[in-house]
Design a protein around this ligand. Structure first.
Ligand code: HEM
Length: 465
């Protein structure tokens, strides 16, 4: 009997402790003017609920508290905005104290001169430099011919093979950007570079605890080795009289460009280009293959309306040039529809640099703002039958430039690699669908949250078309 009373007493005690903890955490973050919402447990907040229930957690909180609510996720008090108009306002008003708010681990490992770590005039300068390297005129004259060639050789010999398309598109995304940056050295050092770069990437998504064995620690080691390799290449290039016509060559020569970066900025710029287009390009490519497989009419259409404009017949061996690319409107539509339906990017993070008023609420300095754009992709008022894969809707070009189309971000941080990413994916899709047929072999599962991935790979059997 005494044992039972003790057990019940302990149980009640624990319940009271938990309730007090929760209450304390709520009171800690109760301030006049803050939006409604819950803060969960001390330190952990509501991260577990967010990761476990993802979109449903967000929708439930919105149903209870409205489109702007507070929470505590990934170690920070966070305001979540699901209001399209307010999201747009936040993205357009960086100058009013709404700067990027990416996790510390990401900023530490991508470097102090990384574009997400800089604001104001420095951001403008770094972004200008980036656009001069990967913007439309560079794509047209320099990058597209190399992308075309790399993707053709990448797709060689897939005939008759069972492949994991997730693995291959990941490989493709990194190798293509690596080749554009370091054309001459790409074949000789890629194999030693890739594992170090993958450590760096994993480190950016970890808790910032620098102890041996942690991803953060590995991430730093990866960064150190990546920097060492790049410094060595820069040294060798400077000591040689050969002209290199790749992105690093342009950065080192500063020819005709008004942007002159120092070595630290050059290194972070190179890492940024490789990092930013890695997961986005690979995942969109994989999901496009998945959706095309599941929608034979769209697949047929992309083959029929493939690449080149109706006025010109494609001949075998024809390369994709800028005009061809521009006429690939259905391929572009497939990419946008894939990006929307799979929601490759759930939203973007901002941080307040001072107390800010949003929709009548006061957001304290230093709080994160999660500009959560996922639900906009499934809004039936914006996209009829939003859960249907319908690339044809994007043939109406005005859809891309609508105010609430945030798949590539918005405002002064609108993705500078948008066109480059679309060029790479379009080229890959063009050659893949016209060269091969494929069928899925595994019935593999695809997770859509918190990131789009096939945990066991997405296996397909490829045969010649
Ligand atoms: C399908 C492919 C891609 C998608 C869906 C995508 C998506 C995005 C989004 C949503 C943002 C906004 C982030 C923010 O506001 O905080 C962004 C920014 C950025 N993206 Fe992309 N991206 C893609 C491809 C690329 C590629 C290929 C590159 C580079 C080679 C790139 C480089 C960047 C950079 C550097 C930024 C930061 C811009 C700034 O802070 O001013 N992206 N991207």
């Amino acid at each position: 009997m005494a044992v039972l009373v003790l057990a019940v007493g302990m149980f009640l005690g624990l319940c009271i402790c938990f309730a007090l903890f929760l209450k304390w955490n709520e009171i800690r973050y109760t301030r006049k003017g803050l939006p409604p919402g819950t803060m969960g447990w001390p330190v952990f907040g509501e991260t577990t609920e967010f990761l476990r229930y993802g979109p449903d957690f967000m929708k439930n909180q919105r149903a209870r508290y409205g489109s702007l609510f507070k929470s505590h996720i990934f170690g920070c008090p966070t305001i979540i905005s699901m209001d399209p108009e307010l999201n747009r306002h936040i993205l357009l008003n960086e100058g009013k104290g709404l700067v990027p708010g990416y996790p510390q681990s990401m900023l530490d490992i991508l470097g102090k001169c990384n574009i997400a770590a800089v604001h104001g005039s420095t951001h403008k300068y770094i972004r200008g430099s980036l656009l001069s390297l990967i913007g439309p005129s560079m794509i047209k004259d320099q990058l597209l011919p190399k992308i075309d060639q790399s993707i053709r050789s990448f797709l060689c010999n897939w005939q008759g093979k069972n492949i994991d398309i997730q693995e291959r598109t990941t490989e493709m995304a990194l190798f293509i950007s690596f080749k554009q940056i370091l054309e001459t050295e790409s074949n000789s050092i890629y194999e030693i570079f890739k594992p170090e770069f993958d450590k760096l990437v994993a480190g950016t998504l970890s808790l910032p605890i620098n102890i041996p064995g942690s991803n953060y620690h590995y991430g730093f080691q990866g960064r150190k080795r990546v920097i060492k390799i790049l410094r060595q290449i820069i040294k060798e290039r400077r000591a040689s009289s050969i002209t290199h016509n790749d992105i690093l060559g342009h950065l080192l020569r500063n020819d005709g460009s008004k942007y002159h970066l120092n070595d630290k900025e050059i290194l972070d710029q190179v890492i940024t280009i490789m990092y930013s287009g890695y997961e986005t390009v690979s995942t969109t490519s994989m999901m496009a293959i998945k959706y095309l497989h599941d929608h034979p009419i769209a697949l047929q259409q992309i083959r029929v309306r493939r690449a080149f404009s109706d006025s010109r017949q494609e001949k075998p061996g024809d390369k994709i040039d800028w005009d061809n690319y521009k006429s690939m409107s259905f391929t572009r539509a497939v990419i946008f529809e894939t990006s929307r339906l799979a929601t490759i990017v759930n939203g973007v993070l901002r941080k307040t640099t001072k107390d800010i008023e949003l929709n009548g609420f006061i957001i304290p300095k230093g709080w994160r703002i999660y500009v959560y754009t996922r639900e906009i992709n499934y809004d039936p008022l914006l996209y009829r039958e939003p859960l249907t894969f319908n690339p044809w809707r994007w043939l109406d070009k005005s859809l891309e430039s609508r105010n609430y189309c945030f798949m590539f971000g918005g405002g002064s941080r609108l993705c500078p690699g948008k066109e480059l990413g679309i060029v790479i994916i379009s080229t890959f899709l063009h050659y893949f669908v016209t060269k091969y047929r494929w069928e899925e072999v595994g019935g593999d599962e695809i997770l859509k949250f918190p990131r789009v991935e096939a945990p066991n790979g997405l296996h397909i059997r490829v045969s010649k078309f």
